[in-house]
Design a protein around this ligand. Structure first.
Ligand code: X5A
Ligand code: ZN
Length: 667
C-alpha cells in the first residue's frame, strides 16, 4: 500500500497582478519548489502519482453558497479593474483570470486524494495545491483562499463513503476560521488548529480563534483552538501540544479519516509565522497521526511562504507518509512559558468534553474567563517580563538525508515458527565471540538451559549491535525468559552500545531498577503492581489498576507520559518488552509499536516470550511500518489511572520538561 502524490503544474498558473503587500508572498514558486524538491530527492518517484480533476459545482456547494460560487465563476472573464474591485470585498486575497480554474483543481486534487485513500488504492497521501483553502468561508474568500479544499474533502468523505468521524489537524500557522465555521456545530468533524494569535493582534484577529471557542451545541468539544501568544515557538512547544491535547483527544474520538491542513508557515524562516520549529518536526507530527484511522491520512497543502523551509518541510512530510523512519528528535528544550499557558488553557477549556482530560489534577474547572483576562493584561506589555525566546536566528541546518537501512525488520524465532513476509530471519554472522559467549553463559543461563537458549541470546545481542550501527531498522526476538533477555540487552547497552536505550516494559515482573542510574537506559514499566521504587529519574513504574488490559488507561499513559519521556530522552534504540500475561491486546500493542517508532529513527527491538506465536504476525506487521488498526472510540480511563499518571508527571516534571502541562507560577 503506497502513498499518493497529487500535483498539477496548472496550479502554478495564476499570480498577483497588482501591488498588494499583504498578498505578495503567495507566489507560484511555492508549488514549483515543493514539487521540484520531491523530484530531486527521489520521493516523488516512490509515490503513486494520481491526476487532479476539476471539482464539480456539486462538490463546491458541499460547503459554499450558490451566490458566492456564481460570483467567483465570473472572475475568468473580468478585466483587471473588475478583478481588483471584486477582490476588495474580501480580506487578504487576490483574484486572477485563472484562479477559478486552479481553485477547482485544488478541490479536485483533495477529493482525488480522499478517493484514493478511501478505496484502498493507497494508504495515505499528499496533495500539493494552490490556492490554499482553510480561510475561505461559505460565502467569502479570505487569506489567499477561494474554496475550502479540506472542508469540502471532509463533507465529501462523509457523503461518498459514509465516514462517521473525521479529524482535521490544521498545523498551518494561521487559524482556519473557515473550517471552524463550517463544522462548529458538527460532532462528526473534530477540528484542531494551532495558530499565531498574540492575544488577537495577529491576522485574522478574531475573538473566536481563542481557546474558549470549543464548538457549539452538539459540536461542543469538537473544535480545539490552540492560540500561540508569542512568536518563536519551537519543536518542543509543538510536540507538547500533540502529547497533552491532540493525541489523547484524537484517540478518544477515534476518527475514520484524518485530514491535515498542511501549512508550513509554522516552520522556521516563515515571514508570516515567525516560529522556530524546524522542518524535521513535520516528520514527527505526521508520524504521530499515522496510527489513527488505520493510517488513512490525507495531507493537503495550505500556507508556507519561505521558499527554503517550505520544500524541506514538504519532503519531511511525504517521506514520513512513505514509511521511512523519522529523524531523531534531538535537543528538545523545555516548552516555553507562553506555550504552557496556552496548553493549560486549552486543556482546561476542554476537560468537560473529553474524559482523557477530566481528571487532570492540574486543571482549574471554572475560572477560564478570569484566566483569559489575566492573560490579556499580560499581553498589553508586549513581551516584557517573560523569557526572551532567543536571538533572531533564522538560520537552520538542512535536515540530513534520511537513510533507511536496507533491512527493515529482522526476526529471531524458534524453529518451526514461520518468518512473516517481508521480514528477514536473522542469524548472528560468523563464529560467536567466545568472550561474549562465556559472559552470557555465566550471567544469564540457568542450569537446565540448552544451546538454543545461548544461541538466541547471542543473536539478540548481535541484532542489537546491528541496529545500533543502523544496519537493521527494527527487530523481533522470541525468547524463553523475557526478563533475563531484557537484562542481557540492558547490560549489553551499558557496555557495548554507543546509544542510549529506552526500555519499555509491558506487564508485571521484577525489573531491576538499579540498571539505569547512569542514564544509559531509561526504563518505563506499565504494570498492575505498585512499585516500591519511586525515586529514580531513570526507572519509571506506571501502575494501572487493571494493568495493561485497560485500553483507555494504557493509551492515556502512552500519550501523556511515555511519549514525552521518550522524545526528551531521545534514545538510539527502543527495547520493547512484553512480559508474560501482560494482558495487552493486539491492537494496543500495535499502536504502542507504531508510536514508539517515531523515536530512535525507528530502531525498535521487541522481546516476547516464545509461546506468543500468535502475536508474531501483528508485531512484525507493525515493525514493518504498517498502520495499527483503529481502537474504536474509547470509554473513559479509570480516574485512579488518570490520577496515577498525573502524580507521576508531577513527580517527574522537574527532570523531564516535556511532562509539564501547566505554566510555572509567577508572582
Ligand atoms: C493559507 C494561508 C495566510 C493569509 C495571511 C494573510 N493564508 N495576512 O497561510
Ligand atoms: Zn497559513
Amino acid at each position: 500500500m503506497g502513498t499518493a502524490l497529487i500535483y498539477d503544474e496548472e496550479m502554478t498558473k495564476y499570480k498577483l497582478l497588482w501591488v498588494d503587500p499583504a498578498c505578495k508572498i503567495e507566489v507560484p514558486e511555492r508549488l514549483t519548489v515543493s514539487h521540484e524538491a520531491l523530484v530531486a530527492t527521489g520521493l516523488a518517484d516512490r509515490c503513486v502519482s494520481i491526476p487532479v480533476r476539476e471539482a464539480t459545482e456539486a462538490d463546491i456547494l458541499l460547503v459554499h453558497s450558490e451566490e458566492y460560487l456564481e460570483g467567483v465563476k465570473k472572475t475568468p472573464y473580468m478585466t483587471l479593474e473588475d478583478l481588483q474591485e471584486f477582490t476588495l470585498q474580501y480580506g487578504d486575497v487576490y483574484f486572477h483570470p485563472n484562479i477559478y480554474h486552479c481553485a477547482k483543481l485544488a478541490i479536485g486534487a483533495s477529493l482525488q486524494l480522499v478517493d484514493a485513500v478511501m478505496t484502498g488504492k493507497v494508504r495515505n497521501g499528499m496533495a500539493l495545491v494552490r490556492p490554499p483553502g482553510h480561510h475561505s468561508m461559505r460565502s467569502a474568500a479570505s487569506g489567499f483562499c477561494v474554496f475550502n479544499n479540506v472542508a469540502i474533502a471532509a463533507q465529501y468523505a462523509k457523503r461518498q463513503y459514509g465516514v462517521k468521524r473525521v479529524l482535521i489537524v490544521d498545523w498551518d500557522i494561521h487559524h482556519g476560521q473557515g473550517v471552524q465555521y463550517c463544522f462548529e456545530d458538527d460532532p462528526s468533524v473534530l477540528y484542531f488548529s494551532w495558530h499565531r494569535y498574540e492575544h488577537q493582534k495577529f491576522w485574522p484577529q478574531l475573538r473566536e480563534s481563542d481557546f474558549d471557542s470549543v464548538g457549539k451545541e452538539k459540536g461542543a468539544g469538537f473544535n480545539i483552538n490552540v492560540p500561540w501568544n508569542k512568536v518563536k515557538m519551537q519543536n518542543s512547544d509543538y510536540l507538547s501540544i500533540f502529547f497533552h491535547v491532540l493525541l489523547p483527544v484524537a484517540y478518544e474520538f477515534s476518527p475514520d479519516l484524518v485530514l491535515v491542513c498542511a501549512g508550513f508557515d509554522s516552520a522556521i524562516g516563515d515571514p508570516e509565522g515567525e516560529m522556530c520549529a524546524t522542518p524535521d518536526i513535520f516528520a514527527h507530527l505526521t508520524h504521530l497521526l499515522m496510527n489513527l484511522a488505520g493510517g488513512k491520512v490525507c495531507a493537503v497543502l495550505e500556507g508556507g511562504y519561505n521558499l527554503t523551509s517550505l520544500p524541506q518541510s514538504v519532503c519531511q512530510t511525504v517521506q514520513t507518509l512513505l514509511g521511512d523512519p523519522a529523524p531523531r528528535p534531538a535537543n528538545l528544550e523545555s516548552p516555553c512559558k507562553s506555550a504552557l499557558e496556552s496548553l493549560q488553557c486549552v486543556r482546561s477549556a476542554h476537560r468537560q468534553y473529553w474524559s482523557c482530560l477530566k481528571h487532570a489534577a492540574d486543571l482549574p474547572t471554572s475560572d477560564i474567563s478570569t484566566k483569559r483576562i489575566k492573560l490579556e493584561e499580560e499581553g498589553e506589555k508586549t513581551g516584557e517580563g517573560e523569557e526572551d525566546k532567543g536571538t533572531d536566528e533564522k538560520v537552520w541546518a538542512q535536515p540530513p538525508k534520511r537513510v533507511a537501512p536496507s533491512i527493515r525488520t529482522a526476526v529471531v524465532l524458534p524453529d518451526g515458527v514461520a518468518c512473516p513476509d517481508q521480514c528477514e530471519r536473522f542469524s548472528s554472522p560468523g563464529d560467536p565471540d567466545p568472550l561474549v559467549v562465556s559472559k552470557l553463559r555465566e550471567n544469564y543461563l540457568k542450569d537446565g538451559d540448552d544451546g538454543n537458549a545461548l544461541t538466541t541470546l547471542y543473536s539478540l545481542t548481535a541484532l542489537a549491535d546491528k541496529m545500533d550501527r543502523n544496519e537493521i531498522c527494527s527487530g523481533l526476538v522470541l525468547v524463553r525468559d523475557v526478563s533475563m533477555a531484557m537484562m542481557c540487552v540492558v547490560q549489553h547497552a551499558a557496555t557495548a552500545l554507543s546509544n542510549r536505550v529506552l526500555v519499555v516494559c509491558v506487564g508485571d515482573g521484577k525489573v531491576r531498577s538499579d540498571c539505569s542510574e547512569d542514564g544509559k537506559t531509561l526504563v518505563v514499566q506499565f504494570s498492575s503492581k505498585e512499585s516500591d521504587d519511586q525515586r529514580s529519574k531513570y526507572y519509571i513504574p506506571v501502575c494501572l489498576q487493571k494493568g495493561c488490559s485497560d485500553v483507555p488507561g494504557l493509551l492515556h499513559s502512552i500519550s501523556g507520559l511515555l511519549l514525552p519521556l521518550g522524545y526528551e530522552y531521545d534514545p538510539g534504540l527502543v527495547l520493547l518488552v512484553q512480559m508474560p500475561d501482560s494482558g495487552i491486546c493486539d491492537s494496543v500493542w500495535q499502536q504502542l509499536i507504531g508510536l514508539l517508532q517515531g523515536l530512535a529513527r525507528g530502531h525498535t527491538l521487541v522481546l516476547m516470550r516464545e509461546d506468543e506465536r500468535t502475536r508474531v504476525g501483528p508485531t512484525a506487521s507493525s515493525l514493518l511500518g504498517n498502520a495499527a488498526p483503529s481502537l474504536g472510540q474509547l470509554h473513559a480511563p479509570l480516574p485512579e489511572d488518570v490520577k496515577a499518571v498525573e502524580s507521576l508527571r508531577h513527580r517527574l516534571k522537574s527532570d523531564w520538561k516535556l511532562l509539564q502541562t501547566t505554566a510555572p507560577e509567577t508572582g
